[in-house]
Design a protein. Structure first.
Length: 405
């Protein structure tokens, strides 16, 4: 036996305590034989005291025997194994309509890119608060000096935003809570909750929105190439539809003509109303468009040469297609050029405007000019009343101005 190694048998050899030759601290390890000669499980007692190691080994042995009798896994589940089980559960939830496809894609991407490379091989019951803190540092350096420094991903920021980190932490917490629910994780180590910085959303006011639409039309009229003219016309319709519905950018991307309906509503007086069925981060829901959105939809039909909605629905294509008949993944580049041409790339608070500013404009217009109930607005936008109050509280203050003077 090598110098530094010691070995002690308990329970007729079913428990073997030993120290490793390469461990200068002399921490006692335990090897357990259960049921048959081939069933061996190893654990660390995490102590150098022999008496304490014996007590710990006896407790571990009884715990393992209980697991064996009840067909529980004898070895600690790794984070990778738990994560794979969680993804399978999430996929089932998506098929049954309890989880959106977008959320499932987000979970899979976050796991593949960040969580599995860091936590993957670790036994879930050995993950500590210190590991969470170490992960935070690792994640911040991921794209600059770390694991992803030699990768090129256009949609990933070099330094993650506070909102991104909050979102990723929520996925990590969900996975570990899944382990608690199925009994493989004994307890969840303390994880400091992250808070995303709340920014006022970069919406357009009425004057700015009119300028944006006017500039879009001017750019279309000035275009000499037919394809460029067509693309700019489609961008204007896209802008108008998002401001008239409050859809998320990802929800608009997945829309097909089969998701579009013109229904009749109203008490006594029938009113033609636009209803869209979207599938986004909060799952499937109906979105009711404004009258302006309904008119935009009809212009969109004419843009493609459809005589009516029935003809478009029979075709089944996406709402936004290029001249080759391919679905447009994003209008980000074209929208950026439009805002630059209109001088509207930032709002008065210095917030950069993006495609998501169209959704925020919808919310602001509905609260300021539409008289929309905040609960109904939250339902139509697929968000919570709390989020509406958090991000559009300044609008509520404006509405109550007459009571504040």
């Amino acid at each position: 036996m090598d110098v530094g190694q010691r070995e002690i048998e308990l329970r007729g050899g079913r428990i073997v305590l030993y120290t490793r030759a390469d461990d200068r601290h002399g921490i006692w390890q335990a090897r357990f034989r259960l049921g048959t000669e081939r069933t061996l499980v190893r654990r660390s007692t995490k102590t150098t005291d022999l008496a304490e190691a014996k007590r710990t080994a006896e407790e571990l042995y009884e715990e393992l025997r209980y697991k064996q009798r009840n067909n529980h896994p004898l070895k600690d589940q790794t984070f990778k194994q738990l994560a794979e089980d969680f993804v399978r559960k999430s996929a089932r939830d998506t098929l049954e309509g309890r989880l959106s496809k977008g959320r499932l894609v987000l979970i899979e991407g976050t796991l593949r890119r960040y969580l599995l490379p860091f936590f993957g091989k670790r036994p879930i019951n050995s993950i500590t608060t210190a590991d969470f803190n170490e992960y935070d540092e690792w994640r911040l350096d991921y794209w600059t000096r770390g694991y992803g420094a030699d990768k090129v991903v256009a949609t990933s920021a070099a330094v993650p935003s506070a909102k991104t980190l909050v979102m990723e932490q929520s996925i990590l917490r969900q996975i570990l809570k899944h382990g608690l629910e199925q009994g493989s994780l004994k307890q969840l180590a303390f994880m400091r909750a992250k808070r995303a910085k709340t920014n006022r959303r970069g919406a357009f006011d009425v004057k700015e929105y009119r300028l944006l639409v006017r500039t879009a039309r001017q750019r279309s009229n000035q275009a000499e190439h037919p394809r460029v003219k067509r693309d700019r016309q489609l961008l204007e319709l896209y802008v108008r539809l998002l401001v008239g519905t409050g859809m998320r950018v990802g929800e608009a991307r997945g829309l097909t003509w089969r998701d579009v309906e013109l229904i009749h509503t109203g008490n006594g007086k029938l009113t033609e109303t636009l209803r869209l069925w979207v599938d986004g981060k909060t799952g499937k829901r109906a979105v009711i468009g404004t009258r302006a959105a309904k008119n935009t939809l009809k212009k969109l039909l004419a843009h493609y040469g459809w005589k009516d909605l029935d003809e478009a629905r029979a075709n089944g294509n996406g709402l936004f297609r290029n001249s080759k008949g391919e679905d447009i993944g994003t209008f980000e580049v074209g929208f950026g050029k439009l805002m630059e041409a209109a001088g509207l790339d930032k709002d008065r608070h210095g917030n950069a405007r993006t495609l998501y500013s169209l959704r925020h404009t919808y919310a602001t217009f509905r609260l300021l000019y539409g008289g929309t109930d905040i609960y109904l607005l939250a339902r139509n936008m697929g968000t919570s009343v709390n989020m509406i109050e958090q991000h559009y509280g300044h609008v509520s203050t404006t509405l109550a101005a007459d009571k504040l003077i």
